[in-house]
Design a protein around this ligand. Structure first.
Ligand SMILES: Nc1nc2c(c(=O)[nH]1)N[C@H]1C(S)=C(S)[C@@H](COP(=O)(O)O)O[C@H]1N2
Ligand SMILES: [Mo]
Length: 235
């Protein structure tokens, strides 16, 4: 399984360098315009736009849905795809796509906010709530966060509180079609109330942690919490 490889082996260094520069520019801009930060208590409650301004501060709506990742698009066919759920749970499990599709499905329309300042509005996803999967795995009392792994070696952490929200899905269909490979198909995670980097594409493993720990971008200066409406982007 490629998921065991350290991300550094798989990621494109140019992509990473460009993103790190972006952090510096953001810090400079925030230093000049601190009022950009929104201290309203956004990023909690579902769905992701109830009672909130539609667009988080600093975002621009995108016409097409851009593709963003560390530069490796693994080929995982629907037949090959597996999701492992392990760590702080009593019933670790492995699912294939058919099994995922036999679990209770939800249809949810949400907005997709990328920290690089574009938002793709009104995407309708079909999939299984992460809360359903965690219940199946019998998550333990001590659980605090998830480390989500992709087949490309990518990792990202999501706190349990955020992961249990109703619109956090492991999704295999968007806009009525199978999730395209470039957007993480056959199966990815989405976190509509957090920046989109918290949703691992080509999802391979949900590791349940007893203490929050940084994933790929979080180790490189991205926010651990990632609340779009608080302009909580980096650091
Ligand atoms: N496996 C994996 N998941 C990933 C990434 C990645 O590089 N690898 N990039 C993240 C980032 S930074 C963003 S903004 C979103 C982009 O999703 P999209 O390409 O479908 O727009 O995926 C996130 N999930
Ligand atoms: Mo991103």
């Amino acid at each position: 399984m490629t998921e065991k490889l350290p991300p550094e082996l798989l990621a494109d260094p140019a992509v990473i360098a460009a993103r790190l520069k972006r952090i510096e520019r953001h810090r400079a801009r925030m230093a000049q315009t601190p009022s950009l930060a929104d201290d309203a208590p956004m990023g909690s409650g579902a769905p992701n736009r109830h009672g909130m301004p539609k667009l988080p501060p600093g975002q621009t709506p995108a016409r097409k849905w851009p593709v963003l990742d560390v530069g490796v698009h693994p080929t995982v066919t629907a037949a090959q795809w597996r999701l492992r759920i392990d760590g702080a749970c009593d019933k670790p499990l492995e699912l294939d796509l058919q099994q995922l599709q036999q679990l209770p499905q939800v249809i949810d329309t949400s907005d997709f906010h990328c920290v690089t300042t574009w938002s793709k509005m009104d995407l309708t996803f079909v999939g299984v709530r992460v809360s359903t999967l965690l219940a199946l795995a019998e998550v333990q009392e001590t659980a605090a966060a998830l480390m989500c792994h992709g087949y490309d070696g990518y990792t990202t952490n999501v706190t349990l509180d955020e992961a249990l929200k109703d619109d956090v899905l492991v999704t295999w269909q968007v806009e009525g079609k199978p999730l395209p490979r470039e957007h993480g198909g056959p199966v990815r995670m989405i976190t509509p109330q957090l920046w989109a980097w918290k949703g691992a594409k080509w999802l391979s493993r949900i590791e349940i942690l007893t203490a929050d720990a940084p994933g790929f971008w979080e180790q490189r200066g991205y926010s651990m919490t990632a609340y779009p409406w608080r302009d909580d982007r980096y650091g």
